[in-house]
Each structure stands twice: as structure tokens, then as C-alpha cells.
Ligand binder design. Structure first.
Ligand SMILES: C[S@@+](CC[C@H](N)C(=O)[O-])C[C@H]1O[C@@H](n2cnc3c(N)ncnc32)[C@H](O)[C@@H]1O
Length: 300
């Protein structure tokens, strides 16, 4: 089956890459903020996708046998819905409109001179607002945005996720809610306590937490997703840049072949020879801060 996804314009490249990371094939077409793909993935995991549609057509013509497309009740939504509803009504042998609970929601989007048409399959609601730092019992103001945390986990493609600088556990909570195996670490005992409080609050029971300097970790994982200290206001045992540089070397030993590390930093980073760069994004955090999101993959 062919699908299309309506992506958030907040960061279109990140939204697109997140989907592609979950795909086996890399076949896709991006039109405006719609991604057309041939493959079913676990859509519920996505952070920067609003809805998923079954692809019907992308064309400037409406020559289509609606009797083949619409089985059962339907309603028409989107741009020029009234016009299209009329056309469909006239073409269907037995039109069964249901505005409240239709079996098919036919959706139209006008993109340039063409029409993208689909049947709504699902709206993705991950309630990120409810998991922002100030809504969590283990409050830490330097916490990562949960939506970004989830996209980073998707970029990592991992099932066993290590966050070596876990703070109050934003990445761990998101990964736990995605049913990943989670391992957290932080040098601060206070932060480990906050992570525990937050994990408990979201009823995540299966996790491992360590309280070491990240430079001393010796583990084997298939992905590392992390938001390390970056200087100003966020505590680091040594200079933040040096800490990240030294940690990346260790990450090269902890990751399995082709394992990925996805991390944030406030400046461009030199990629160590153990890794190849998969992607680098610039993300707006607030007025005075942009961050880079790096996805690195361990060489074979
Ligand atoms: C930016 S914060 C992480 C915030 C986290 N992503 C969250 O959402 O709560 C960085 C964390 O790194 C920890 N840290 C600093 N130096 C460390 C080290 N050498 N090893 C492990 N953790 C360290 C700090 O205690 C802090 O909790």
C-alpha cells in the first residue's frame, strides 16, 4: 500500500529524516510538507508527523473510479471539499455520506497546481505538551523538549537506548513509552533521583540507571541518544567540548557495528574517525540558542 504523511513544518528536514530512519527502503517523495512512501512503518512512534493517509492520487485531474476507492460511508474534507464532495456524489453508484462517523474520510490538499488526495488512516497524538519539563514531577529546567527527544530516538533506530547524560530522564521516558530497553546514566545523584521520579510517574518499570562519570562507562548498546552538557548553565565535570570529544571515543567502543549515536550540541562538532556522519540538523531552541543534532553511525 502507498501512504502519505503530513509533516510538521517546524523542522521539515528533521520530520522527513525521522520517517526515513524507520523505513527499510529509502524510497520516498516529498511534496511540500507531505511525504509519500510505499512502506508501512510504526507510524505511532513519530514525533513530527500529524497524520497518515492512504494515498489515492497526486494529480491535476480527478479521473478516478470513486466506486473502487470508497467502500462504505464517507465524508470529504480539505480544500475545496464542497466541490469535490459534489463530484464524488455524482460518480458513486450508492453514495453513503456520514459526517459524524464515516468509514472513510477523504482528504484533499492543493499543492501547487495539483491535488493530493488520501483517506485518513490515523492522527498521531503523542501528547508532548503534557510531558514538558514543568509538567513533570522531577522538574529540571535544562530538560530537552520531549518531542525532539522522540525524534532523536527514531533517528537512532535503536532498541537498546543508552543516555549517558540523562539528567531528569526526558530521553529515557520517551524511549520507555516507545517500548525500548533503556539505560540511563548521570554523574549527579540528584539527577538520577529526578529520572527515577519521572520514570515512575509514567509507569515505566523496566530500566537501568547508573551514577558514574560517562567517561567510565563500559556497556554494549545498539544506540546512544543524549543531550550532553554544553557549557552555560548545564553542569559538566570538565569543559563541555572536551567531555563530548572524549565521550565520542568511548561511544565508538560501546556501540555495535552500524550502531548510531544521536546527540545535541550548541556548536559544530569534529566527527571522530570511528564514525560517519549520517545527518546534522540545526534546531531553534529559543531566542539566544540554536542547537545542532548530530546522527553518527559506527563504521562496519
Ligand atoms: C543538559 S543535561 C541533560 C538533560 C536531560 N536531557 C533532560 O532532559 O533532563 C546534562 C547532564 O549531564 C550530566 N553530566 C555532566 N557531566 C557528566 C559526566 N562527566 N558524566 C555523566 N553525566 C554528566 C549533568 O549532571 C546533567 O544532568
Amino acid at each position: 500500500m502507498k501512504y502519505f504523511l503530513r509533516l510538521s513544518r517546524e523542522n521539515l528536514i528533521l520530520a522527513r529524516e525521522e520517517v526515513i530512519s524507520l523505513m527499510k527502503t529509502k524510497k520516498f517523495k516529498l511534496v511540500d510538507n507531505f511525504l509519500i512512501i510505499d512502506e508501512k512503518i510504526n507510524f505511532d512512534l513519530l514525533a513530527y508527523t500529524f497524520e497518515v493517509y492512504k494515498f489515492v492520487f497526486y494529480s491535476d485531474k480527478l479521473n478516478i473510479d470513486w466506486n473502487e476507492i470508497i467502500k462504505g460511508s464517507y465524508k470529504v474534507e480539505g480544500e475545496n471539499a464542497i466541490k469535490y464532495a459534489d463530484i464524488i456524489w455524482n460518480k458513486l453508484k450508492k453514495p453513503k455520506v456520514n459526517m459524524k462517523k464515516p468509514k472513510n474520510q477523504i482528504q484533499f490538499f492543493k499543492i501547487g497546481g495539483k491535488i493530493l488526495c488520501g483517506i485518513l488512516l490515523k492522527e498521531i497524538k503523542n501528547n508532548f505538551e503534557e510531558r514538558k519539563a514543568h509538567r513533570k514531577p522531577g522538574y529540571y529546567p535544562m530538560s530537552l523538549n520531549p518531542k525532539l527527544a522522540r525524534a532523536m530516538i527514531n533517528l537512532s533506530r535503536g532498541n537498546i537506548i543508552l543516555d549517558p547524560f540523562c539528567g531528569a530522564g526526558t530521553i529515557l521516558v520517551e524511549a520507555g513509552l516507545m517500548n525500548k530497553k533503556i539505560i540511563g546514566n548521570d554523574v549527579s545523584e540528584k539527577m538520577i533521583k529526578l529520572s527515577k521520579i519521572n520514570l515512575k510517574y509514567y509507569k515505566i518499570k523496566d530500566y537501568n540507571l547508573h551514577n558514574y562519570d560517562a567517561l567510565k562507562l563500559k556497556l554494549k548498546v545498539d544506540a546512544i541518544v543524549t543531550d550532553p552538557p554544553y557549557g552555560k548553565g548545564s553542569y559538566a565535570t570538565i569543559n563541555a567540548e572536551e567531555l563530548l570529544g572524549r565521550f565520542l571515543k568511548i561511544a565508538g567502543k560501546m556501540l555495535i557495528e552500524k550502531g548510531r549515536i544521536v546527540f545535541t550540541f550548541n556548536k559544530p562538532v569534529k566527527i571522530p574517525k570511528e564514525f560517519k556522519l549520517v545527518r546534522k540538523f540545526k534546531i531553534y531552541i529559543h531566542k539566544s540558542m540554536n542547537k545542532y543534532i548530530y546522527t553518527l553511525e559506527k563504521w562496519k
